[in-house]
Design a protein around this ligand. Structure first.
Ligand code: ADP
Length: 294
């Protein structure tokens, strides 16, 4: 084992003994370099598999928020998420230890079941409005969740405008583009439905929907908040991979207002701007195209 691997092995062993209470012999482990800034490992101890991820940089509170989000979804009973086994800090790194999800082939009913379950998740609402009690992260980007009564106002102020301000500050966009966003904000209250706040996963692309041992869905990597549920559905279309049966089952369980397809680009301005800020200007033509059509 190289020195770096040995250090990582020690690091993982310490987390394990802290949360399982045993000085453990790791029987097998496999590194995952899934995320863009986290490290992760899947490991087996006495026939039990665990999944541990940890930060390499300084995203303070990232995994604490993720653990709370996993527990929030779990508490609804609507859809499966991995059980949180431990969260904390060690050697100045933050970590999250979870139940490891075993995969199998998709069940024939996978997409229908997924659509229904997501609709049930979205039926969870909050009397406080749109938002959440704490900040969380979409990838490495901060999501500031201060409560707003109206969902469209929340989408503009806490989602779009935060990313626009950051991109402007980092000179990734021009002041003219920021003004185009301002003009769009004036129109958005008439373009988007003012729905009740819905508990959403927050980063629902196909990579965060795993197939579990039963061949059914398990969601990972949430950045939840109470918000516009259509924003979640729109996001599923951004990188594709979701079957039409998923949307049909969702709609049958919790109907979506007419005209959703036309609203998709508006919602996806948010993940696109997150991508501009995290990964660069390559995503700007798509942003410009959407803004130009309004
Ligand atoms: P990041 O926060 O770095 O983006 P993710 O939580 O998305 O990491 O995990 C990266 C990949 O690791 C996922 O796409 C999935 O394949 C796998 N994964 C995540 N959580 C688990 C888990 N609890 N059990 C098994 N595999 C997992």
């Amino acid at each position: 084992m190289s020195q770096q691997s040995q250090e990582q092995y020690q690091f993982i062993a310490q987390i394990l003994s802290k949360h399982t209470g045993e000085s453990t012999q790791i029987d097998d482990f496999q590194f995952f370099y899934g995320g863009n800034f986290n490290l992760a490992v899947r490991l087996r101890v006495k026939n039990t598999e665990y999944f541990i991820k940890w930060t390499q940089g300084d995203h303070q509170g990232l995994f604490e928020a993720e653990a709370k989000n996993l527990q929030m979804i779990h508490a609804t009973g609507a859809i499966q998420v991995p059980q949180v086994l431990g969260v904390g800090q060690l050697d100045e790194k933050e970590y999250l230890m979870m139940e490891c999800i075993e995969s199998a082939d998709k069940h024939a009913n996978y997409w229908h079941d997924f659509g229904e379950k997501l609709a049930h998740l979205h039926k969870n609402t909050s009397s406080l409005g749109h938002g959440l009690d704490y900040t969380n992260f979409i990838g490495a980007a901060t999501q500031e969740n201060s409560w707003k009564k109206d969902g469209v106002e929340f989408f503009i102020e806490n989602r779009l405008n935060k990313q626009v301000d950051r991109a402007l500050y980092d000179r990734k966009i021009t002041p003219e583009l920021a003004e185009n966003f301002q003009r769009l904000y004036e129109k958005l209250p008439d373009l988007l439905p003012h729905e009740a706040p819905a508990l959403i996963h927050g980063d629902l692309w196909s990579g965060n929907a795993m197939v579990n041992e039963q061949g059914l869905v398990t969601l990972v990597d949430p950045c939840c908040y109470y918000g516009l549920r259509e924003a979640e559905l729109a996001f599923t279309t951004m990188f594709g991979g979701f079957d039409t049966k998923f949307y049909e089952a969702y709609h049958a369980t919790f109907p979506i207002e007419k005209g959703f397809h036309e609203r998709i680009p508006l919602y996806n301005l948010y993940p696109l701007m997150v991508h501009v800020n995290l990964f660069g200007e390559g995503y700007l033509p798509a942003v410009n195209k959407i803004l130009a059509s309004y």
